[in-house]
Design a protein around this ligand. Structure first.
Ligand SMILES: [Ca+2]
Ligand SMILES: [Ca+2]
Ligand SMILES: [Ca+2]
Ligand SMILES: [Ca+2]
Length: 261
């Protein structure tokens, strides 16, 4: 299947309006269907020392099933700068907690103390270990786009953007539910989301947001050597999904633009 995402015409008009909020619920899959309420609401991709506590958090309706949903990381490979499926997590076995949250984390999650504090999951949120040990290794050396999709039919290593022009040429899923791109300074890798976080330089060497979370005001960037802003399985309210439908066209348009940082 080869599907272009360039059927939107309102591109430049809407892009500026949503770039700041960075909180679009996207629905730019091959079917172009309306966005659902399922969102990416928090991500920890980097930390001081070994990245043992990485996790992603989703937010939707309380108790909602995640059957058919996948969490994807789209980045580079050793020789190709973009569009590569770096990670694909099948969420089908799980559901959202009583507060509408789900956290996927690595087995070593909760093992690092900053200022005497360690991470733990809010008891109202569901959570699951992804793989064993230090298994979630979100890349933080280049820009990466995270997608939440329904019915993923691709595989890890697949190149969804062979021309590396910032437009995904292959969309191996039925529906794109949400997305966010973590942008690193000096990275020339293309990204594939209207919602962006970063770049920000919090360390002597890096320019990648180590952590970010979503609330009513949009995405916020957390700390590198502190859990003070982390709320895995809990946290602040986020925009209601109703707002997302109006952003569909602009989101599609944004994805057709090449963005280099
Ligand atoms: Ca890790
Ligand atoms: Ca990492
Ligand atoms: Ca590529
Ligand atoms: Ca949270």
């Amino acid at each position: 299947m080869k599907v272009k995402t360039v059927h939107c015409t309102a591109a430049a008009i809407s892009w500026a309006a949503i770039a700041g909020a960075a909180s679009a619920g996207l629905a730019t899959g091959s079917g172009g269907r309306a966005a659902t309420s399922l969102r990416i609401s928090e991500l920890r991709v980097d930390q001081q020392g070994a990245d043992n506590d990485e996790y992603f958090e989703l937010l939707g309706a309380p108790g909602m099933s995640l059957a058919g949903c996948w969490f994807l990381a789209i980045g580079d490979s050793g020789t190709d700068p973009g569009g590569i499926v770096e990670m694909a997590v099948d969420l089908s076995s799980w559901s959202l907690g009583s507060n509408g949250r789900f956290v996927g984390h690595e087995a070593s999650f909760g093992s690092t103390a900053f200022n005497g504090q360690m991470l733990s999951i809010d008891p109202a949120g569901n959570h699951a270990t992804i793989g064993t040990g230090d298994s979630l290794n979100f890349e933080n050396s280049d820009s990466v786009t995270y997608l939440l999709v329904r019915s993923f039919a691709g595989n890890i290593g697949m190149d969804l953007d062979p021309g590396n022009d910032g437009t995904l040429d292959t969309l191996p899923w039925n529906e794109l539910l949400d997305s966010v791109a973590f942008v690193r300074s000096n990275s020339t890798d293309p990204i594939y989301s209207a919602a962006t976080v970063g770049p920000i330089k919090l360390t002597s060497t890096g320019g990648m947001p180590p952590h970010a979370w979503l609330d009513d005001a949009g995405w916020h960037i957390g700390e590198y050597g502190s859990w003070v802003h982390d709320t895995p399985g809990g946290g602040p309210a986020v925009p209601t999904p109703g707002a997302a439908a109006t952003l569909v066209i602009s989101a599609c348009a944004a994805m057709s633009r090449r963005r280099k940082r």
